[in-house]
Design a protein around this ligand. Structure first.
Ligand code: CAA
Length: 379
């Protein structure tokens, strides 16, 4: 067993960390307060090869493994969890094409993303169906030479900036997961209505909107797999993307830990630095334990996927653990900073607000526990 990253992975991590310190941290607070979409950061990250990590080399991608991608993901999220959600969103949206697309579809849809910094959104959740993904009501009707797509999606990351959408829909909602299909839809297709930008608690720079598909005509050749094959594609995509989302939590946790250590060493109370008080030491130790355990779970979930093995349970374990840890760690960071931590003048309150979303999106912490319990107990 070897826990060491390769020389290339260390180089990639250092490059991403430098990028996050230079291009993300200085803008994070301002972008959060003004809800500014980080388009320049996305473009620069694309130039460095940090976007679209899932695209295989055959279609112009960098051929990164999932372990590579989570290593980069941790470093970028260290700079800003919200910005990295927007950077990572393409991986979530394009993985269904990697997983379920034909050779022709992969060439047609993936290659353009390697040639210019296009954006894509993953459209699964609806106003009435989040955790119950099989309950989606958006329909796709066969009209002979094309499909017609109708329905509404909710909480769609990057929706206002996406060039392409991967949309989950049903040939018949009564069939539940057996009816779900996946289609690739251009923003230029007629009948697409993008909703207003949502005002959120945190991750404010990332763009989150609803999308309505009003009888949108979709070419037959844009369906991934066949009718009813979308569910397996969605589940396999989440197996791949949950370690990536967990790396967002890890980056935020590491940042909160580093900031807490720095502050605990310089802030004095009762004539000694906070770091000399056992109450603070225990909080810091707890943070460190959770960061280390999160990283190992994430790396294992990613490594299993790279071996071509089923990683569903460990991906859910990593997601629940890293997200819940990030919430606890960032909340404790605010506690260590005291009154200053509650102020927007200091970076830790933003970390706490950003962390909350990771317990909700890409499957809530409760859904991850459901997946784990089903594996442990049997259905
Ligand atoms: N791989 C392959 N097959 C899988 C699978 C996996 N990981 N997970 C389940 N399946 C299969 C099951 O074996 C079963 O197959 P059979 O029909 O052959 O029996 C089938 O799929 C149905 O599975 P379940 O009975 O477990 O389905 P369910 O309806 O009970 O729910 C769930 C499963 C895990 C709870 C699922 O609904 C789920 O993951 N929900 C959360 C959805 C989610 O993560 N949404 C986030 C959206 S992304 C996002 O947040 C957007 C963003 O922009 C950030």
């Amino acid at each position: 067993m070897n826990f060491a990253l390769t020389a290339e992975q260390i180089e990639m991590y250092n490059m991403a960390k430098k990028f996050s310190e230079k291009e993300m941290i200085p803008y994070a607070s301002e972008f959060d307060q003004n809800s500014t979409f980080p388009i320049n950061q996305i473009k620069k990250a694309w130039e460095l090869g940090f976007v679209n990590t899932c695209i295989p080399v055959e279609y112009g991608g960098n051929g990164l493994s999932l372990v590579d991608a989570v290593t980069v993901g941790e470093a970028l999220s260290y700079g800003c969890m919200g910005m990295h959600t927007s950077i990572m969103c393409n991986d979530l949206a394009l993985t269904p094409i990697v997983v379920g697309g034909s050779e022709e579809q992969k060439e047609r849809f993936l290659r353009p993303f390697t040639e210019s910094p296009l954006l894509a959104s993953f459209c699964l959740t609806e106003p009435g169906n989040g955790s119950d993904a099989a309950g989606i009501q958006t329909t796709i009707k066969d009209k002979g030479d094309h499909w017609v797509l109708s329905g509404e999606k909710m909480w769609i990351t990057n929706a206002g900036h996406a060039d392409w959408f991967v949309v989950y829909c049903s040939i018949d909602p009564k069939l539940k997961h057996k009816g779900i299909s996946a289609v690739v839809v251009s923003k230029d297709f007629e009948g697409i209505e993008i909703g207003k930008k949502e005002h959120k608690l945190g991750q404010n720079c990332s763009d989150t909107r609803s999308i309505r598909f009003n009888n949108v005509k979709v070419p037959k050749e844009n369906m991934l797999g066949g009718p009813g094959e979308g569910w397996k594609i969605a589940m396999k995509t989440l197996d791949h993307s949950r370690p990536l989302v967990s790396s967002i939590a890890l980056g935020g946790s590491q940042r909160a830990l580093d900031l807490s250590v720095e502050y605990a060493k310089e802030r004095k109370q009762f004539s000694v630095p906070l770091s000399k008080h056992q109450a603070i030491q225990f909080m810091i130790a707890e943070m460190k334990m959770k960061v280390e355990a999160s990283r190992l779970l994430i790396q294992k979930a990613a490594w299993l996927a790279d071996q071509g093995e089923q990683n569903t349970t460990i991906a859910s374990t990593a997601k629940a653990f890293a997200a819940d840890s990030c919430m606890q760690i960032t909340t404790d960071a605010v506690q260590i900073y005291g009154g200053y931590g509650y102020s927007k003048e200091y970076p830790v309150e933003k970390l706490m607000r950003d962390a909350k979303l990771i317990q909700i999106y890409e499957g809530t912490s409760q859904i991850q526990r459901l997946v784990i319990a089903r594996e442990v107990l049997g259905k």
